[in-house]
Design a protein around this ligand. Structure first.
Ligand code: ZN
Length: 571
């Protein structure tokens, strides 16, 4: 697959600083992080961006109510974003804020270009406006004369001189882009929803306001502030230093990355990354990220993003998640109680990547116990304990069973393991995180079954079956190693702990037993350090037979403590 070597630029939306982040924001970000980690492990150059959207009337008013200025208000909320992403171990390369001065300059430049090309003009704007949505409303958006999402807020009646963007000019081009078979919007059902709306035609949109000044000034008309959506969307290119910065503008800003994407020498970030851009968004903002954003780019003479993936929503115990109902899921509650990998697992496995998903506490605990504690955790723990008991912690050399039926089971396990890479590549390419994990857990279940069938504890009592015992224990330890590498992009703590318990502390050690040794042998000389990869690639890690006979493992420790549901019910 050639795409394994092409760069990928993965983005989350910039989250609005009006409130603390909930499980919806964490879901998009965990999806993006799993994708970023997975493709990095495949050796693909990845740039992963997230950030904060800080302008607009809602922030201006909230800051006023708190008796502070909007920037200080935003600083405070943004510090909580940083904390959440750190606690979830989100490995973004760039955190952009719409109050960054380089971003504001890029916003102005984009509108200068769109105006020069005739897509931005001045006119009179009459509308209803919902402050809650930061969006203009037409009659057909309303329910009983109110915004359906904010029935307690009175809609504002606006009539003012505004700058407009000529969205109507792009209907045909957008339709063509969505129909060209390249899958720019995924899943396809959501692309069809957008196409349906495009058939109703597009109206030009107002893009400026004069009632407040917390935003980016319209170039050449300073009384106007650019409407928050039109400002925020531009982050995806301003973060790359568009139009012409030689490096990432956040490079020298403190605390703006938790991972450093290698920047190829001699490439400016915008032309390098933008053609490989993938926006991850919730379905409620797909319209903005397809129709509006693509038109803005084309209006300034730029290419639309390569792909937009819109996931669906969580409901909570069958209800819409809302502050009013009081059922908003706070990610940190789960991190504190069950650990971040438990939260990441539930989001990735059971989450709304394609269709709406229901967050149920009983389901969270059932999956945790079945898949993590009794599944992967139990497998690794009993494998490593048995190796200490029967082989003093020293991995036996790989061998086959004398018993034909057990040998068949061993071969079945190897075949399944060898098919994993292809399944992961296919499913991650399709943004199907849940099915990718399912492919890994198919092996977890099979491996536990293999231990039950081969019964090393019984083989150990019969000296005549020493070869079968070695065959079983090598296979089980090797499958634990392989599973540790496979889960690491999704559950980074678990992957690291499996590596540690197997005493494979450095990833490059893994590579050392496989590829590096092989190449050195072929070349008849020690491997050149300039060629040594800093980490073993997933491709190598997923190859059967990497664990050496004689390797001494570390100390086993349970990966996941079972949640006792009876105790849980009392809380
Ligand atoms: Zn509203």
């Amino acid at each position: 697959m050639t795409h394994e070597h092409t760069p990928i630029y993965i983005t989350t939306p910039l989250y609005y600083v009006n409130d603390e982040l909930h499980i919806g924001h964490a879901t998009t970000t965990i999806y993006a992080d799993a994708l970023a980690r997975f493709w990095r492990a495949c050796g693909r150059p990845v740039l992963f961006l997230t950030g904060s959207d800080e302008h607009g009337q809602k922030i201006y008013k909230a800051a006023q109510e708190k008796g502070t200025d909007p920037k200080s208000f935003a600083d405070n909320i943004v510090s909580k974003f940083y904390e959440l992403w750190e606690r979830l171990d989100i490995t973004y390369d760039v955190f952009i804020r719409t109050t960054d001065s380089f971003h504001e300059r890029a916003v102005q430049e984009l509108f200068r270009r769109a105006r020069d090309l005739g897509f931005v003009y001045k006119g009179v704007f009459k509308s209803l406006y919902c402050v809650g949505c930061e969006t203009y409303k037409t009659e057909k958006d309303l329910l009983n004369g109110r915004c359906p999402d904010h029935p307690n807020l009175k809609l504002e009646q606006l009539e003012e001189e505004n700058w407009f963007f000529k969205l109507s000019a792009f209907t045909d081009k957008l339709t063509q882009l969505l129909n060209d078979g390249s899958g720019r919007v995924l899943p396809p059902s959501r692309a069809n929803e957008i196409l349906g709306k495009l058939r109703e035609g597009l109206s030009d949109v107002s893009i400026s306001r004069t009632k407040f000044d917390w935003g980016v000034r319209m170039p050449g008309d300073e009384a106007h502030v650019i409407w928050v959506w039109f400002d925020a969307l531009i982050n995806y290119i301003s973060a790359l230093g568009w139009p012409d910065a030689p490096g990432l503008p956040t490079r020298d800003l403190e605390g703006r990355s938790r991972h450093d994407a290698p920047t190829p020498a001699g490439f400016a970030p915008f032309p390098h990354w933008w053609p490989h851009s993938v926006h991850l968004v919730g379905k409620e903002i797909l319209w903005h990220h397809s129709v509006v954003w693509w038109s803005m780019l084309m209006g300034a003479g730029l290419e639309p993003p390569c792909r937009v993936f819109a996931h669906a929503w969580w409901t909570v115990e069958g209800q819409k998640m809302s502050k009013t109902i009081g059922n908003v899921i706070r990610p940190l509650d789960y991190v504190e109680k069950y650990g971040r990998d438990a939260l990441r697992y539930y989001v990735l496995k059971a989450g709304p990547s394609k269709e709406d998903a229901d967050w149920r506490q009983a389901d969270f605990i059932a999956r945790y116990n079945a898949d993590l504690a009794n599944g992967l955790g139990n497998l690794v723990n009993r494998a490593l304990n048995m190796l200490h008991k029967y082989f003093e912690g020293r991995v036996p050399a790989e061998t086959s069973f004398a018993d034909a039926s057990l040998e068949g089971a061993r071969q079945g396990l190897i075949t399944l393991a060898q098919g994993l890479e292809k399944k992961l590549l296919e499913r991650m390419s399709a943004f199907d995180m849940g099915d990718a994990l399912e492919a890994i857990w198919e092996i977890v279940r099979k491996a536990n079954q293999f231990v039950d069938e081969s019964k090393p504890f019984k083989l150990a009592k019969d000296p005549a079956r020493a070869k079968d015992l070695a065959a079983a224990m090598y296979a089980v330890c090797e499958i634990c190693r392989l599973l540790g590498a496979a889960v690491e992009p999704f559950l980074p703590d678990t992957g690291a702990r499996i590596r540690e318990q197997l005493a494979l502390k450095e990833r490059s050690l893994l590579e050392g037993v496989g590829l590096t040794a092989m190449i050195s042998k072929l070349e008849g000389q020690p491997r050149q350090s300039k060629q040594a990869a800093p980490q073993a690639l997933l491709h190598e890690s997923l190859r059967w037979g990497q664990l050496r006979g004689g390797h001494v493992i570390g100390t086993p420790a349970p990966l996941f403590a079972r949640i006792e549901t009876a105790a849980e019910d009392k809380k």
